[in-house]
Design a binder for this molecule. Structure first.
Ligand code: GLA
Length: 654
């Protein structure tokens, strides 16, 4: 394949031959060069147990190949056929409250079930054998969105696998009892067979057990992926799976998945009713790029318009599909792929948008799709280019996300995403592109690292952050960070045990705020207040009122060659912006000045992407060069809702 990949999920099994032939003609018209095929077609590929029918698929792959359209071939394990469940009724997952799910949806088989693993191996082996050498098949798309909606399964096969997983992790019951703190509420185990999954109970179930179960569920899905990857590896073609939206895929620890994928692939859908949903898109894209180690990745699915699974199927605004698509490319995607090529006439997703809508080709949407194809041909040279190395990173850790949001935390308003998004948004509006990092990763190249709500911090991660500061880094930590270790056990001594030394302070008591309560910095702050005691740090701001009036709200600690900042509340966005500016300036972080805050600016491979999210034109002084989208010199103005991609080489920020 040349240039950027353009296309989407393609389900020809839903259509008669004449429509499939029209599909290929229209794909060529739009410039589609890659489709994802067969993702839910197990029942067509293996209509009876051990009876395979690939002729229809051969014809589709050949037809596409003859027209220059490459195939990303799906392994259809997210939708096992009806015969499979008749044979293995106990392969249906069981939910935490004990409900065994039924047939008719998807993600309907337990990843730990031996019958499912065996059926997966047989089918995927056949696919590898039949299409491994086909020149039209350029990559493999394993399963579909692991972890969504099926995260944890509580069936007997899962419990069996869980006990094995625990034996490997802890070796002895003494170690497990210690790690889980089972002396609390008298839960000590004397036999492995006594350990069950952390099912729903009248009261809160042991949080360390819950946390391990989340790890175990991640491990089981990853093992199912690995099994498929091992069967496909011999074909020499790249293998991937589509993440269910990096930011929203809470149930999978994608740091553990990333090394197993030949290319990171992400699905992203806007929360249609959110005005600022393009910021959340940028965050999802930045996290995808970070999982790809800063290299190119693929947007495997997004939508041309409305989705069918939100309360209201809100269509995209004029130009929004284009802005969304080019924002993914700006942030490192080498593809613009959609769910799906042609809108289905039946089934659960018939009201979902597609590249070919129910209205057909005499529609604005189709014209926009064709125009987008032309845009992407103009950007072909960007394939493989890296986004200019960000100077700022945000700590992102799925284990902390899981642990923070278990029950009986000091406030129901504590939310992992809410805090990360608050910092991300402030940085986005400052035109700062960020990477996401695991707290144990090598972070030495960043000028600033932000750790929002890093509730769970293992000792090694805490030491990593400390070393980063001592050797000259600038760390900004927000409240309720460094509180527990990997077993959800509070670090010794006063909060925040893992970060006391690096921050130069301790927290004597938490004072979470009531639902409608605020405390004052310059403007009202929400959610959290706490009594900070300084042990080396200096107070930069104090609370103006509330339970900690007069006590530190923002602190700064000089440590070694670096600086550690601490923020003890959830400030008003304007106050957070002001604080971040101070922190960024202190660390000499480069960023453009004088641009409207609704203008997204990202630099990739010697090009500045300027995406105007406002409904008025944006003036961008100081950038000159050719606009790859128009072929003309950039005039210094990006039209309302428009995009420009300017060749700027290595010239500095305006
Ligand atoms: C997910 C799935 C697709 C489709 C879309 C709809 O991303 O992977 O099969 O259901 O959602 O938005």
């Amino acid at each position: 394949m040349q240039g950027l990949a353009f296309g989407g999920d393609y389900n020809p099994e839903q259509w008669p031959l004449e429509v499939q032939e029209e599909d290929v003609r229209l794909m060529r018209e739009a410039g589609v060069n890659l489709v994802s095929l067969g993702i839910f077609a197990w029942a067509r590929m293996e209509p009876r147990d051990g009876v395979y029918a690939f002729e229809w698929l051969d014809e589709v792959v050949d037809r596409l190949h003859a027209s220059g359209i490459s195939v990303n071939l799906g392994t259809p394990t997210a939708a096992p056929p009806a015969w499979f469940f008749r044979k293995y009724p106990d392969a249906f997952p069981v939910t935490r409250d004990g409900t065994r799910i039924g047939f008719g949806g998807r993600e309907t088989a337990c990843s730990s079930h031996p019958g499912f693993l065996a059926a997966t191996s047989r089918l995927v082996g056949r696919l590898a054998e039949r299409y491994g050498d086909h020149p039209g098949v350029v990559m493999w798309h394993v399963h579909n969105e692991y972890g969504a909606p099926l995260g944890e399964c509580y069936c007997p096969a899962s419990v069996h696998a869980w006990r094995d997983w625990l034996r490997t992790r802890y070796a002895s019951l003494d170690a497990l009892n210690e790690a889980w703190g089972t002396t609390f509420w008298g839960q000590t185990y004397g036999e492995w067979a006594e350990i069950d999954a952390p099912r729903w109970s009248h009261t809160v179930v042991n949080p360390a057990q819950r946390l391990d179960y989340a790890r175990f569920a991640n491990h089981e899905h990853l093992a199912h992926y690995r099994l498929q990857r091992s069967l496909l590896a011999g074909t020499g073609k790249p293998v991937t799976t589509n993440f269910a939206g990096t930011v929203n895929c809470k149930s999978m620890d994608l740091w553990s998945w990333a090394p197993e994928l030949d290319v990171i692939a992400n699905d992203h859908y806007l929360v249609a009713e959110r005005e600022d949903n393009h910021i959340q898109l940028a965050m999802s894209a930045d996290l995808s790029r970070s999982l790809a180690g800063g290299g190119p990745w693929m947007i495997m699915e997004h939508s041309t318009g409305a989705v069918s699974w939100q309360d209201r199927g809100i269509a995209k605004r004029p130009g929004e599909m284009r802005r969304n698509s080019l924002a993914h490319v700006a942030r490192g995607s080498d593809s613009v792929l959609f769910f799906q090529w042609r809108a289905s006439r039946f089934g659960a997703e018939k009201f979902h948008s597609a590249m070919v809508p129910q209205a057909g080709t005499d529609s604005q949407l189709w014209r926009d799709v064709v125009a987008l194809g032309a845009d992407l041909r103009g950007l072909a040279g960007l394939r493989g280019a890296r986004v200019d190395a960000p100077e700022v990173a945000i700590v992102w850790d799925w284990e902390s996300y899981w642990a923070l949001e278990l029950e009986w935390r000091p406030s129901g308003d504590l939310s992992y995403l809410e805090r990360v998004e608050a910092f991300y948004e402030a940085l986005w509006r400052e035109h700062v592109t960020v990477d996401f990092v695991h707290p144990s990763a090598d972070i030495s190249r960043y000028r600033v690292v932000v750790a929002p709500s890093s509730y769970l911090l293992a000792d090694a991660s805490a030491k990593n952050l400390q070393r980063y500061v001592e050797t000259g880094g600038t760390l900004l930590v927000s409240y309720f960070s460094g509180i527990v270790d990997e077993h959800d056990t509070v670090h010794h001594g006063a909060y925040p045990g893992a970060l006391r030394d690096v921050l130069g302070l301790s927290v004597e008591e938490f004072h979470p705020l009531r639902a409608d309560q605020t405390v004052t910095l310059d403007r009202p702050a929400r959610i959290w207040s706490e009594r900070v005691r300084l042990h080396g740090a200096a107070a930069v701001r104090t609370f103006g009122d509330g339970p900690d009036a007069g006590h530190p709200a923002v602190t700064r600690h000089a440590l070694g060659a670096g600086t550690a900042w601490y923020l003890a509340t959830a400030p008003h966005p304007a106050d957070l912006r002001a604080l971040l500016r101070q922190v960024l300036d202190g660390a000499a972080v480069q960023r453009p000045h004088g641009l409207p805050e609704t203008l997204e600016l990202v630099r990739r491979g010697g090009h500045a992407f300027l995406i105007n999210h406002a409904d008025t034109p944006a003036q961008v002084p100081g950038i000159t060069g050719q606009d790859l989208l128009t072929g003309a010199p950039f005039t210094g103005e990006v039209p309302a809702g428009g995009v420009a991609v300017i060749s700027v080489g290595s010239s500095p920020c305006p």
